[in-house]
Design a binder for this molecule. Structure first.
Ligand code: 16G
Ligand code: MG
Length: 548
C-alpha cells in the first residue's frame, strides 16, 4: 500500500475517533484498561495495529476483545489476541502503547513508522475478529475497532457479545481448522459436546450430585451458560444467578474477583449448606468455586484447588492409559498458597514451576510440558497438551488394551473440553465437574486434599511503584536497597511464614502478600511488610497500621 493511502487513517481519527484526552495510557498485563470514555481513540488505533499484526503474520487472523474483565461497569478495555489464540506477543506491547498515545496529527506518520519497523507487507490480506463483553460502552468501542481495521483495508468480523475465551478459541480455529469451527456454535459443539460425551463413561455416584449453582457476575459468562444449560439435559443442572437482569450490576459485590479477594459470598445467590457454587468473572475467563457449610462459613476452592484437582486426575488417567514418557507439570505464581505447592510436589509428585504474575507467563511456561496445567490462585488457568501427548493418547485410544483404551478415551474427551488457548471459566467448569463426577466427590472431599495456609493481601501506595524491582518470579525484591533483607527478617519470626512484594501491573500500587500458620500471624506479617514498603520505597499518605 503506498503511503498516501494512509491519509484515511487520519481522516477516520479526526472525524470519528479523535483523541480527546492527554492521559498517558499503557498496554499492561491484560491490554489497555481504564474509564470507557477515555478509550475510543485507543481502540480505533488498536484496530490499525491488529491489521498490521495480521499482515506480519502472513494474513492470519488476529483477535480484538473489548472488555475490562472484573472491573466495574464504567471501565472498559481492549486486548489483542495472536493467531494461535494467545495473548499479543510481548514485544508489541510497546508498539501498542506508542500508537495509542501519539496525537491525531502524528498518527499517520507513526502508523507508517510502525509498518516499517515491523516490516509489514501492506499488500497482503488482513483479518481481524472482534468480540465484546456486555458493558453498555462496548458496542461503540467495537465499532471503533472495526473502523480501525477498515482504515487499513483489513477485513473485520464481528462476533458480538462473547466471552473472552470464546474469542480466543475462534481466532485459533480460524487459523488452525483442526482445532474446531470458528464460531460460537463451534465452541459449544466442541467443548460442551465433549462434556456430554462422558455421560456413558462416568455414571453419577457417591457424593457427587449434578446440581451446580453459578454466580454469573452479571456478565457475559452467565448469559452463555444460560444458552448451554438448555442443551445439557440432566447431565448438569445449572442454577444460574447474577445473569444481569433485575438491576444486578456487572461485577458489583459478585463475581470471581469479589469472592476471591473479599472471601465472602456474592450478593444475589441463594445458598444451601455444602452446595457447590461456581463464581465467574465479568468476561468469563476466571472461575473459583466455594460453598457454605452448615454454620454458613464460607470455604473457597480457588485456582490452586482447581489446578491440583485437574492435575491429579490427568495424572491418574495418564497412568491408567500407560502413556509413557509424557511429562506433566504444573505452573503457578508466587500467589499460590504454600500448602498447594507442598501438596503438588510431595503428594502428587508433579513438578511445579513458578513464574511471574500474568497469564502469558504461565501459558508460556506450561508449553514446556507435554501436559501443562497452569492456574493463578485468582482462578485464571487451563491445561495445554503437546502434539506428542495428543498423538500418543489418540493411538492408545484406538489400539490399547481395553482398560488403557478407556482411560485414553476419557483423556480425549478431557482434551476436547479444554480451551487450550487461554483460561476459560466455562471450559474449566466442565473440567472440574468431570473430575468430581468421575470420583464421586462433593465439595468436602475436594477440600480435604490439603489445608490452605492463612494468607493476607494488602496494597501500599508509593511515589513510584517501579522503585520496586523483583526477581525469582517476583518472590524476592532487588530494589529498593534493604527491603528484601527487612522482609527476610520479618518473615523469620513466623512459623510457615512467607511474604513478597511486587508492583501491580494494573493499578498504581505495590502489592503485599503474606502467609503464616494462623490468620492473625498472616495479618500481622502483611502489615509489617507493608510498613517496610512504606518506609523504604517512598510511601504516600498514611503509614499502614498494624492490626489491633
Ligand atoms: C491481569 C492478568 C491476571 C493477573 C492480574 C494481576 C491477564 C489476562 N490478566 O488481570 O492474570 O493476575 O493482572 O494484576 O493476564 P496486578 O498486577 O494488578 O496484581
Ligand atoms: Mg477476566
Amino acid at each position: 500500500m503506498p503511503p498516501s493511502s494512509l491519509r484515511v487513517v487520519y481522516a477516520f481519527a479526526r472525524e470519528m475517533h479523535p483523541k480527546t484526552s492527554d492521559v498517558f495510557i499503557q498496554y499492561g498485563t491484560a491490554g489497555f484498561r481504564t474509564k470507557a470514555n477515555l478509550l475510543e481513540h485507543v481502540v480505533y488505533r488498536m484496530g490499525l495495529l491488529a491489521v498490521i499484526r495480521s499482515r506480519v503474520k502472513n494474513g492470519r487472523t488476529i483477535g480484538m476483545m473489548i472488555t475490562a474483565s472484573h472491573n466495574l461497569e464504567p471501565d472498559n478495555g481492549v486486548k489483542l489476541v495472536d493467531p494461535d489464540g494467545e495473548m499479543l506477543e510481548q514485544s508489541w506491547e510497546e508498539i501498542a502503547t506508542r500508537l495509542a498515545n501519539v496525537s491525531d496529527n502524528d498518527l499517520e506518520s507513526t502508523t507508517e513508522q510502525v509498518i516499517k519497523q515491523v516490516n509489514a507487507d501492506m499488500s497482503l490480506k488482513a483479518s481481524v475478529f472482534i468480540g465484546m463483553d456486555t458493558r453498555y460502552t462496548s458496542p461503540r468501542l467495537a465499532a471503533a475497532a472495526a473502523n480501525g481495521v477498515i482504515a487499513l483495508k483489513g477485513t473485520p468480523k464481528e462476533f458480538g457479545i462473547v466471552t473472552t475465551p470464546m474469542l480466543h478459541f475462534c481466532v485459533k480455529c480460524r487459523n488452525d481448522n483442526t482445532y474446531g469451527t470458528p464460531t460460537e456454535e463451534g465452541y459449544y459443539e466442541k467443548i460442551v459436546g465433549a462434556f456430554k460425551n462422558i455421560r456413558d463413561k462416568l455414571p453419577v455416584y457417591g457424593d457427587y450430585n449434578t446440581t451446580l449453582y453459578v454466580d454469573g457476575a452479571n456478565g457475559v459468562g452467565g448469559k452463555k451458560l444460560n444458552i448451554i444449560r438448555k442443551s445439557l439435559d440432566g447431565e448438569l443442572d445449572l442454577n444460574l444467578y447474577n445473569l444481569g437482569g433485575n438491576g444486578g450490576k456487572l461485577n458489583l459485590n459478585c463475581g470471581a474477583d469479589f469472592v476471591k479477594v473479599s472471601q465472602t459470598p456474592p450478593v444475589g445467590v441463594e445458598h444451601a449448606p455444602f452446595q457447590r457454587v461456581a463464581s465467574l468473572d465479568g468476561d468469563g475467563d476466571r472461575i473459583v468455586y466455594y460453598y457454605l457449610d452448615d454454620k454458613e462459613k464460607m470455604h473457597l476452592l480457588d485456582g490452586d484447588r482447581i489446578a491440583t484437582l485437574l492435575a491429579s486426575y490427568v495424572t491418574e488417567l495418564l497412568r491408567a492409559s500407560e502413556a509413557s514418557g509424557l511429562r506433566l507439570g504444573l505452573v503457578q505464581t508466587a500467589y499460590a498458597n504454600g500448602a498447594s505447592t507442598r501438596y503438588i510436589t510431595e503428594e502428587l509428585k508433579v513438578p511445579v514451576s513458578c513464574v511471574k504474575t500474568g497469564v502469558k507467563h504461565l501459558h508460556h511456561a506450561a508449553l514446556a510440558y507435554d501436559v501443562g496445567v497452569y492456574f493463578e490462585a485468582n482462578g485464571h488457568g487451563t491445561v495445554v497438551y503437546s502434539k506428542a501427548a495428543k498423538n500418543a493418547i489418540s493411538k492408545i485410544a484406538q489400539e490399547g488394551e481395553p482398560e488403557q483404551r478407556k482411560a485414553a478415551q476419557l483423556l480425549q474427551n478431557f482434551i476436547d473440553m479444554t480451551n487450550e488457548t487461554v483460561g476459560d471459566a466455562i471450559s474449566d467448569l466442565f473440567l472440574v465437574e468431570t473430575v468430581l463426577r468421575a470420583r464421586g466427590h462433593g465439595v468436602r472431599q475436594w477440600m480435604e486434599a490439603y489445608t490452605d495456609l492463612p494468607c493476607r493481601q494488602l496494597k501500599v501506595t508509593v511515589q513510584d511503584r517501579n522503585a520496586i524491582s523483583t526477581t525469582d518470579a517476583e518472590r524476592r525484591c532487588t530494589a529498593p536497597e534493604g527491603l528484601q533483607s527487612k522482609i527476610d527478617e520479618l518473615v523469620a519470626a513466623y512459623t510457615s511464614g512467607r511474604a513478597f512484594v511486587r508492583p501491580s501491573g494494573t493499578e498504581d500500587v505495590v502489592r503485599v502478600y503474606s502467609e503464616a500458620d494462623t490468620q492473625e500471624a498472616a495479618d500481622k506479617l502483611a502489615a509489617e511488610v507493608a510498613q517496610a514498603v512504606f518506609d523504604l520505597a517512598g510511601g504516600v499518605g498514611e503509614r499502614p497500621a498494624l492490626p489491633a
